[in-house]
Design a protein around this ligand. Structure first.
Ligand code: FES
Ligand code: FES
Length: 160
């Protein structure tokens, strides 16, 4: 066992982990269950968080690798006044979710995209989401929501 301390959403979170403990399991074990586990093959993206500002599938790294690092999860994404942030609001406005299981990972992936590419094309968005699977197949509206969150006109994007 090893002691780790990770800065999660601006708060120091410490715990004992085994060498094999995945970051996603550490986060969920600390009550941050918005980070989902949708597969055991690192394919679905439901567990996407940011580590030092970069999108990472938290099932693909060990908690011990995140020791001392800055991690952001869906729980830390709200606006300063506690309301939905721009991306979350756009998902609500454009019906970018159905069952919602993939949504935290989609929002985290979208935030990563818009940070690096504030005005993505529809093709950019689709390419960026290649590592995120929506089992409800709600991709059109997810893409539309992310385009809307970037401040672009989405009236020409077909609704699902
Ligand atoms: Fe991490 Fe599916 S749970 S990619
Ligand atoms: Fe159900 Fe994407 S909304 S998995």
């Amino acid at each position: 066992m090893a002691q780790v301390t990770i800065n999660v959403n601006g708060r120091q979170v410490s715990g004992e982990v085994e060498g094999r403990t995945l970051l996603v399991d550490f986060l969920r074990g600390k009550g941050m269950t918005g980070t989902h586990v949708g597969c055991d093959t690192s394919q679905c993206g439901a567990c996407t968080v940011h580590v030092n500002g970069e999108a990472v599938k938290s099932c693909s790294i060990f908690a011990i690798e995140a020791n001392g690092q800055d991690v952001s999860t869906i729980e830390g994404q709200e606006a300063e006044d506690g309301s939905l942030n721009t991306i979350q609001q756009a998902f609500q406005d454009h019906h970018g979710l159905q069952c919602g299981f993939c949504t935290p990972g989609m929002v985290m992936a979208a935030a990563d995209l818009l940070k690096n590419n504030p005005k993505p094309t529809e093709a950019d968005v689709r390419h960026h989401l290649e590592g995120n699977i929506c089992r409800c197949t709600g991709y059109h509206n997810i893409v539309k929501a992310i385009m809307a969150a970037s401040g672009q006109d989405v009236s020409q994007i077909a609704a699902e």
